[in-house]
Design a protein around this ligand. Sequence first.
Ligand code: SPQ
Length: 430
Amino acid sequence: MTEKMLNPISSSLKGTLSVPGDKSISHRAVIFGSLAKGTTTITHFLNGEDCLRTIDAFREMGVPIEVKGDTVKIEGNGVDALQEPLHPLYLGNSGTTTRLLLGVLAGLPFHVTIHGDDSLTKRPMDRIVHPLRQMGAYMDGREKGKYLPLSIRGGKLNPIHYQSPVKSAQVKSGVLLAGLLTEGKTSVTELAATRDHTEHMLTAFGGTIKKDGLTSTINGNQSLTGTQIDVPGDISSAAFFLAAAAIVKGSKLVLSDVGINPTRTGIIDVLQKMGATMKVVQQREIGGEPVGDITIEYSTLQGIEIDGEIIPRIIDEIPIIALLASQAKGKTVIRDAEELKFKETDRIEAVVNTLSALGVSIQGTEDGMVISGEQTLKGATVDSYGDHRIGMMIAVASLLSKEPVTLKNSECIAVSYPSFFDDLDRVLVD
Ligand code: SPQ
């Protein structure tokens, strides 16, 4: 366990920063590159621990994958060339790897056991086990298949129409990937629109998918061809710098080449609604995904109410939004975010505990939190609880405290942003 002293500083954040590649898109590029025939080259890949777990899993199934810095080269030989892994697959901390990979494994005639770290072992897997069992996969695991370790014997599946009871891109993606390996039409209807990177990635590899409102329909047995994917910057990583610039006096930052897929830009909408001075310029497309440069400066913020359809578009940004809210004028109320309980930690509890320890008046609710504004942050020793997004939120919070903040378990940040502290140092000025 690493303890990191975050020194009290009276600096602001200035300059231009390009954040690492998008985690969700990096996972999907590896998955489709491994299912496709031909060479796939991924540039600006997120070389973080979670995405490396996805690479390891496909290597175990015989796919030649080479990683050099943030470039990944996959020599795909198609689905039929995948081999039954010799060992159980260790998926570390990565919920995305687990739920998407289970979708792939459901359609393959292999027996595979998967396991993960303590956090992943506590996260619910029944949400993906149920539809895959309905399609015909044999799956079992701890507590009747609710939790890892899980084992799966996949094979010939039946197409289904799945009405997903949870707002989850991972469940949608897992079922669609199983559908890709199943004869006939498989469809998923969501409760609310979630990130659509699986759909974009399938198209980039020459596949097709039909979207009708909240329903996505995929035809099985499509042949995919290796391609070149340039991964946009991760807006969920950029969010920590957008927030830091908005709340640390004298700051002005440009975040360049950030992915601005509308299913992910809730943080921009929230910042604008709170009154942040910001703009998105140079909008263009990289690898089939929209990107732009975001300029933001220190601003007087206003507390707001956040609920409904925006929640899946900000789900990973809620910890940092809670910190933003603590600096705004008035109260901020977040509702409809019960999914936060099923992340790397219970993020309602983790946000409330850490921000309270830092002196913020905040109350957790069943589906969100209520945060008082204009709070003065104090020093404390706080735990990331092994959750990268909580760790980065604490690091940004420390910029507001005149007293030292010590972050316990800081190493977990490498899951999604290995160069986070170097990037923070680069933009901090006296
Ligand atoms: O992979 P993991 O651990 O689930 O990652 C998280 C994160 O904070 O990085 C959630 F803890 O992001 C998920 C996100 O919350 C990544 C994701 C995806 O790539 O499809 C979708 C969201 O999860 P869900 O459960 O809503 O589908």
